[in-house]
Design a protein around this ligand. Structure first.
Ligand code: G6P
Length: 613
């Protein structure tokens, strides 16, 4: 949902900003722009299209300034166009601003500014920001950096909604001011350079030391120092955090696309998520949680709340918590949960899953749960992300940066982490058979090797993709935990191949959806739960007899002549099976998208991190 970068240092800002934008393009890619402080004032180069369009503009080469801001856009207010692209400037071209988020009261503020003589060139909500800063700056009686800071602060106090903002001014050629509220922004720091970005990976090649702002904290930057202020503009201390991800993890490393690289990184991601927490000799230990038996015994219900793929990981993890801990679990879509007046109190534990840790609906749902007295756990991949600052406890998947919009390694490590959490709770509660827990742990440790084995399906999947890539509709079936994987498989396919795909619990098919099955239609089924296998096979027979083409992903012996294509995957315990059975479906979505010649990593209309409602 829009990517912003900034640089303040000793080198030419422009190439650094363009490189940062390319890395952030997954967040939005309908227009891009840059503004730097030049000898004769603020530069502004922007246009509709991808970062490449910006790079190819001749004006770009003349930008020599060492301070600049840049933006890649995912349109909300106003269609993609040059006028609507960021950065935006005030009418007097004194301030340049980039913004990620949504200003909900922009109409009201725009009318106020229009009454005060300001004109607007775009349809965006953002354009009010530089003008409002100008409006407040004019009221100051001194031309000091503090007056600049005060004007930015006063502007932000008027804004309703979410924002991460970077501001530069031709009046203060050595400074930049940044602020955030409910939208991501990180500050990377080196001795005489400062890097700003919507996420950590985009600037990891320059520094591992980061500052994270809380809502409505302001950073006043110079190349050699950063000062932090609270909303009353009192200076505050902020420690920096060192990030362990390495820069190579944010590059393609020879893979054609990030998605393919991330699919193949799953054995490592799973190994890292397990870390030293799972061993056969010791109890699973999450020192970041420190839950007691007496607390866990008071829990009436667990909600798992998330969006998209993260929500599917929650669905896949529901059964293991219920089975091992005997606590009921409800899985909810964050955008629904927050508006449906859920029953929340101190006896409810809420787990929020979010790869990015920045999804607006998930964070809002978390805030609601906290307000109602429930304990909250954030389960995320990104250290320092907004959700970790809101939650009572945070747990990390350690999957490494995930760049492709379609989530792959984040999903499998989320499923694993929910299983690990279930084991952790079960060991504290002490009411589950020790041998069952040992078996789960052993299977967790076996996962990286079994994922490697699963990759052997690649050629068969690639061939199947060639057969079906022109289809208009594809159905996914499964029962129990396999149905949760069917949901994720269907989402992967629609996200990156634009093929209409639906998932159904196999037994539900005959209650309506079977009317859609006709000659030649593709039905993909997941069969890992031996207890439900025969039932699902009967459902597959029902679609075969109506002319469906079938692909079956199974961990059990099946007569391959029964289906058009059978993909054999290693067997594991049911709770962990999604971590293996999703892999052929990730590869299928990938190869279909490639066959169609689409941009796998940046599918149309989608953004990796949805920081608006
Ligand atoms: C977007 C992405 C999905 C992702 C969802 C939740 O819709 O396109 O791939 O699953 O957001 O993101 P989160 O970062 O909260 O896991």
């Amino acid at each position: 949902m829009c990517g912003i970068v900034g640089y303040i240092g000793t080198k030419r800002a422009c190439p650094i900003l363009l490189a940062g934008l390319s890395r952030l393009e997954y967040r939005g890619y309908d227009s891009a722009g840059i503004s730097t402080i030049e000898k004769d004032g603020l530069s502004l180069v922007k246009d509709k299209g991808r970062v490449k369009v910006l790079e190819d503009k001749p004006e770009i080469n003349s930008l020599k300034g060492t301070i600049g801001i840049a933006h890649t856009r995912w349109a909300t207010h106003g269609k993609p166009s040059k006028e609507n692209s960021h950065p935006h400037q005030d009418n007097h071209k004194i301030f340049s601003v980039v913004h990620n988020g949504i200003i909900e009261n922009f109409q009201e503020l725009r009318s106020m500014l229009e009454k005060n003589g300001y004109n607007f060139l775009s349809q965006t909500d953002t354009e009010i920001i530089p003008n409002l800063i100008h409006y407040y700056y004019e009221k100051e009686h001194e031309n000091t950096v503090h007056a600049f800071l005060k004007a930015v602060r006063n502007c932000c106090l008027d804004l309703k909604g979410s924002f991460a903002i970077e501001v530069i001014s031709k009046l203060f050629p050595k400074n930049m001011i940044v602020v955030r509220k409910d939208s991501p922004l990180v500050i990377g720091t080196c001795e005489d350079e400062k890097y700003l970005s919507s996420d950590i990976p985009a600037i990891l090649s320059y520094t591992r030391d980061f500052y994270f702002l809380n809502d409505l904290e302001f950073a006043l930057l110079e190349n050699t120092c950063v000062k932090f202020y609270n909303v009353n503009l009192e200076e505050i201390d902020k420690p920096s955090s060192s990030i362990e991800w390495n820069a190579a993890a944010s590059e393609k490393n020879g893979y054609e696309d990030f998605m393919l690289k991330e699919i193949y990184e799953q054995p490592t991601a799973i190994r890292e998520t397990i870390g030293s927490k799972i061993s056969l000799d010791n109890k699973c230990d999450f020192e970041e949680l420190r839950f007691t038996k007496s607390y866990l015994e008071t829990i009436d219900k667990i909600y798992i709340v998330a969006c998209g793929t993260a929500m599917h990981a929650g669905l896949a993890g529901k059964n293991v918590i219920e089975k091992l801990c005997r606590i009921p679990v409800e899985v909810d879509i964050a955008s629904e949960f927050r508006y449906r007046n859920p029953i929340l109190n101190e006896k409810i534990l809420c787990i929020f899953i979010s790869q990015s840790g920045e999804t607006a609906d998930t964070i809002a749902a978390l805030k609601l749960a906290k307000r109602c007295g429930s304990k909250t756990i954030a389960l995320t991949n990104v250290i320092g992300s907004s959700i970790t600052r809101e939650a009572d406890y945070s747990m990390y998947t350690h999957a490494g940066p995930e760049i492709a919009v379609a989530s792959t390694k984040a999903y499998t490590s989320q499923v694993l982490l929910v299983n690990m959490l279930a084991v952790y709770f079960a060991e504290i509660l002490g009411n589950t058979d020790v041998s069952e827990i040992s078996n789960i742990k052993q299977e967790m440790l076996n996962l990286p090797k079994k994922i490697e084995e699963t990759f052997s399906c690649k050629d068969a999947i690639q061939e199947f993709a060639k057969k079906i890539y022109q289809e208009k509709d594809v159905f996914f079936l499964g029962r129990g935990i396999d149905e949760t994987v069917a949901k994720e498989g269907a989402l992967k396919l629609k996200e990156i191949s634009y093929i209409h795909s639906e998932s159904y619990p196999a037994g539900e098919l005959k209650h309506g959806p079977i009317s859609l099955i006709e000659n030649g239609i593709t039905v993909i089924s997941i069969l890992t739960d031996s207890a439900l296998m025969e039932k699902t096979i009967s459902n597959i027979q029902e679609v075969i007899s109506r002319g469906a083409k079938t692909l079956v992903i199974t961990s059990h012996a099946c007569d391959p002549s029964m289906f058009d294509e059978t993909i054999q995957i290693p067997d594991t315990i049911t709770y962990l099976s999604p971590i293996l059975s999703i892999i052929p479906l990730q590869l299928l979505a990938y190869y279909i998208s490639k066959e169609k010649g689409l941009d796998v990593d940046k599918p149309r209309n989608l953004a990796k991190s949805v920081t608006v409602e």
